[in-house]
Ligand binder design. Sequence first.
Ligand code: THU
Length: 150
Amino acid sequence: MENSIQSRNSVVSGGITKETLKELFEKAEKAVENAYVPYSHFRVGAALLTADGEIFTGVNVENRSFGATNCAERTAVFSAVAAGKKEFTALAVCAPDAGYPVPPCGICRQVISEFMEKDSPVIFGPVWEKVVFSSVSGLYPEDSLHELAR
Ligand code: THU
């Protein structure tokens, strides 16, 4: 699907348009301001679109016990689930301190696969102009332990 986003105003995948993804990325970019990163100084923001059209944001929240750190993507997912949402149709991730697009880590790929369809867009970049357009299955082709779900 990476090639299907070349045309303007088009549906990228999963029924989501490029305009919607840009709006979502801008929310992630804004959320970055709240990242709690005293150890890495590497800020990440995420924005998650729910099936009913709401947007939940998240940031990375670090801890002096480093393993307790939570990535921006999972913060967004957990905030949305805590608010009663369980179906998400797109995810945008902004890591402005990197000069290149930083994709979700392995744990976050597993977590988003729980709540998003395979063709749902996942986009990531330091700025909109450098965003990479992928999808849940693009990042996580073999959906681990799916047989245990539902
Ligand atoms: N981080 C995220 O929040 N999301 C990613 O996709 C990659 C990594 C955070 C974790 C940690 O706070 C910092 O970035 C450096 O790894």
